[in-house]
Design a protein around this ligand. Sequence first.
Ligand code: HEM
Length: 234
Amino acid sequence: MNGQTAAPSYGQVLRLDELLQAARVRDDDVDLVLFLATHQSCEIYFAVILRHLEATRAALDAGDGRLAAARIKPLPVVVSTLVRQFDALATLSLDAFNTIRTDLGDASGFQSVQFREIEYFCGVRDTRFMNTAGFSPADRARLQRRLDERSLQEAYRDFAAGCGDRETTDAVRAALLDFDEAFALWRARHAVLAERFLGGATGTAGSEGASYLWNAARRRLVPDVWAVGMTAVS
Ligand code: HEM
């Protein structure tokens, strides 16, 4: 086969040259490699989650509950793979973690714009995060757009109000709660991990560390959907 007309190779389809160029996998310190590459991998999955959530809202707005449930269905499994990534980080020694922490300065997952986008897109409306140190004007503009658009839980509310089929609305609600439940477990695993390494110390973003994360674990992405009982939707 002529090389010029050949179908894109595996590496080309995945843009591996660019991806591995950007990946933090070349540092001498392999503990740092694990730490940073894990965060990068989580950010890729945050992007995947956002795309699925957008597709879920579009399906709800189109009145297609079966499609909405199908779009959200992979997300609890995706989130559980992120929980496993915390398990890998828990294998770091305290010395290795402390060395990494010193290198990090003020940088923290707290500055993850995509994480806040997920929260805002779903229905969390805590605007205090807009003031997070380290967010650029472009980051803030992205988050403002998320705050201004219809949330996923509002899309579910309107879908449920207009859908005469209880079985379908209950199935969509269950899928949304499965996702939110998986996220709550991610938050709790994160808090345990922080406690393991930080004890009672503050985080690199200046929060109360594990204690902040335990409080955050009570946050729900779609609180209004939790508040509606199965039988209340008719
Ligand atoms: C040993 C590993 C980790 C430790 C000790 C840790 C610790 C912390 C702490 C203490 C905070 C609170 C903010 C602060 O003061 O810094 C935080 C926030 C955060 N971290 Fe981590 N983290 C770890 C790994 C990760 C990973 C792998 C991710 C994936 C992207 C991540 C994402 C986040 C996010 C999104 C927040 C904001 C949470 C919220 O506001 O609810 N963290 N982390």
